[in-house]
Unconditional design. Structure first.
Length: 146
């Protein structure tokens, strides 16, 4: 199952809107250690917008700073895209980390890069593992049912 399908030679940072790239660059610059933590407001509205405020706060308290290097490394995905294995794409319909739609959204922009794939959809945000872990587990089973 793949949530983020980058192009070969692309970095995760490259898949973001320019203003999000700038935000991450600023967070890293302010950290002095090449690590970053997104602001709570962004966590609440973009990453976990399907949860109540208490869950948003408690889950945010569990976050650790992330290293920025994996976000900027360009990935060699030629072998991944040539693998003759079944692929599934799990799409959470309220995931607002990227804007909905064809130009910047997860689906169909990134999902279509998989070629033939099983499409599994559920209601939920980017961090549905906090807001609906049982539903996520069920959809992961459906995505890998064969």
């Amino acid at each position: 199952m793949e949530q983020n399908c980058l192009n070969d030679g692309e970095s995760l940072r490259n898949s973001l809107l320019p203003h999000l790239q700038t935000l991450l660059d600023e967070l890293v610059r302010e950290s002095n250690d090449q690590m970053m933590v997104i602001p709570f407001e962004m966590w609440r509205e973009a990453f976990l917008n399907d949860a109540d405020l208490d869950l948003a706060r408690s889950s945010y308290a569990q976050l650790s700073p992330q290293a920025y290097q994996p976000w900027i490394d360009k990935l060699d995905l030629r072998q991944f895209y040539s693998l003759p294995i079944p692929k599934s794409y799990l799409y959470c319909t309220e995931d607002n980390v990227l804007p909905q739609g064809e130009q910047w959204g997860w689906h169909p922009r990134m999902s279509s890069r998989l070629g033939l794939f099983r499409f599994v959809q559920m209601s939920g945000s980017h961090e549905v593992m906090f807001s609906n872990p049982v539903g996520l587990a069920e959809k992961m089973i459906a995505a890998g049912r064969d």
